[in-house]
Write a protein that binds this ligand. Structure first.
Ligand code: ATR
Length: 277
């Protein structure tokens, strides 16, 4: 029996086991995807386990996406640029650290929402870990410009500076944000504002202004409809939550482990069903 894992802490709500186990079963692959909810001191020995013959690899989530990097034998270009690993592939005992969040986000936009980012004006809220993957994805997908706004302006500025080599990216402050949002093609929230377990206030929107006609996306999927997405829908804008990104990042990891096409629709249905429970 082959194994794949998700490493993180805490892992209570993770949808990944349900999604991957449904896919293994569907394709008749004798494998099991298990949670490894571990403390930081157990990380090194857990990573060593991944080198065993019967292990495909692992997904990595909060708070270990950075911490696993020094233990990898190789890092993909996206993992290096984003500065985070969300997928580990066991290649005959050698560990490749990769990041499938970026490609997951773009595939979700293109295939699930039918939105083509190329040549578009995009605005991203947030400059944390998730924002790095989304910014990397959008710049590689050739948006015309990516504006970043963050509560802590300095972080937006340094991310823009760091990712300049990838394309046209600019940090903007509060005043400029309003005017840019109105005219943008794509508004994306990568902050934790609006998340169900955000102790502060899950009913808050990440931003008060909405595009006149742009697409609005939120990487949050709990709740399925954040205040931002609900507000956008109310004025007739097309929206997408973070579930498709979650499914597609998982599907790419699955394909890298098993070298088979992932049954994406089935994984989507399994994740959705678990979320709605
Ligand atoms: P993740 O890995 O999920 O992106 P993170 O790296 O901690 O998590 O980043 C969280 C993002 O949400 C940051 O952009 C953060 O803004 P700061 O850099 O100013 O901290 C943003 N964020 C969190 N709570 C927020 C709030 N109440 N209002 C605005 N932005 C918030």
């Amino acid at each position: 029996m082959k194994k794949a894992y998700i490493l993180g802490h805490p892992l209570g709500h993770s949808l990944s086991p349900i999604m991957h186990n449904a896919a293994f079963k569907h394709l008749g692959i004798r494998a099991e995807y298990c949670k490894k909810d571990i403390l930081p001191e157990d990380l090194p020995k857990t990573i060593e386990l991944l080198r065993q013959d019967n292990v495909f690899g692992a997904n990595v989530t909060i708070p270990y996406k950075l911490a696993v990097m020094p233990f990898m034998d190789n890092l993909s270009d996206s993992a290096k640029a984003i500065g985070a690993v969300n997928t580990i592939i066991n290649d005959n005992g050698k560990l490749l650290g990769h990041n499938t969040d970026a490609s997951g986000y773009i595939r979700a936009l293109k295939e699930n929402a039918g939105f083509e980012p190329k040549g578009k004006i995009a605005i991203m809220l947030g400059a944390g870990g998730a924002a790095r993957a989304v910014a990397y994805a959008l710049l590689n997908a050739n948006v015309e410009v990516l504006y970043i706004h963050n509560r802590t302006f300095e972080k937006a500025k340094s991310l823009a500076k760091e990712f300049k080599f990838l394309g046209n990216i600019k940090a903007i402050g509060k005043t400029e944000l309003k005017e840019k949002i109105i005219a943008c093609d794509l508004l994306i929230n990568t902050t934790s504002v609006g998340m169900e377990d955000n102790a502060k206030d899950p009913k808050t929107s990440a931003v008060e202004v909405l595009p006149n006609s742009g697409f609005v996306s939120d990487i949050v999927y709990r709740p399925a409809k954040t205040k931002l997405l609900a507000d956008a829908e109310k004025v007739g804008l097309a929206t997408q939550n973070g579930l498709a990104m979650l499914v597609y990042q998982g599907a790419q990891a699955f394909e890298m482990w098993t070298k088979q096409d992932a049954p994406v629709e089935l994984m989507f249905a399994a994740a959705l069903q678990a979320l709605e429970k």
